[in-house]
Structure formats: structure tokens, C-alpha cells
Unconditional design. Structure first.
Length: 114
């Protein structure tokens, strides 16, 4: 059976993805700690002052959005997401419009496939 250290602490990772690399900080935190506490303990906020958890940056645990008050479990991976540059709905709408235009001009190519 595990000693007191095993039950009193957990191992977590705090990750922040940059354009060209990913910053990963591995930590041992007290059991019952929150996402916010792990982020603060990681030092990532000091290293990357552009992170704004209150507005621009969302946070998650294993790709599931969470709030800073969420409790972490052993082996959790906290992820800090960069703000989106383009609205995904707008990008899909533009692609759909472009697709409709392309299909109208594709008549002869479709005949050759039959």
C-alpha cells in the first residue's frame, strides 16, 4: 500500500501550446488542488504574460473545457488554450459558399466519371 506521500499529493501537467512548440510543466500538487492553483504553481503565467485567463484564454483538462475552480486528479493534464484568430463558424460558412460555387462549374468533370 502507498505511504502518506501518495495519498497527499498528485502529479499533474500544465501545458501551453505556442505556435512552434508546447510548454509543459510537470508538478506534484496537494490532493484536492484546483486547476487555477496548478496553473499558478507552474510559473507559466509569469513566463507568458500574454495569457489572460479571465478573458482571452480558455482552460481545459484533457481537451474538456473547465473552470479554474475544478478539482484535479492524479495524472491530469491542464491545458491553456490560445485565443482563436478566426471564428470557426465563419470559416465553415465561407468554405460552404466556395464549395457551392465550385460545384456549379463542375458539370463536365462529373460526366467523365459516369
Amino acid at each position: 500500500m502507498g505511504g502518506p506521500e501518495v495519498s497527499d499529493s498528485i502529479r499533474v501537467e500544465v501545458c501551453y501550446a505556442l505556435r512552434d512548440r508546447q510548454e509543459v510543466v510537470r508538478l506534484r500538487m496537494p490532493a484536492g488542488c484546483t486547476v487555477q492553483q496548478a496553473i499558478e504553481a507552474s510559473g507559466i503565467l509569469q513566463k507568458h504574460p500574454e495569457i489572460d485567463l479571465g478573458k482571452a484564454n480558455k482552460i481545459g483538462v484533457f481537451a474538456k473545457l473547465v473552470k479554474g475552480e475544478a478539482t484535479l486528479r492524479d495524472q491530469d493534464r491542464v491545458e491553456i488554450y490560445r485565443p482563436l484568430i478566426a471564428d470557426p463558424k465563419e470559416v465553415r460558412r465561407k468554405r460552404a459558399e466556395e464549395g457551392k460555387v465550385m460545384k456549379k462549374g463542375g458539370g463536365p468533370a462529373e460526366e467523365g466519371l459516369a
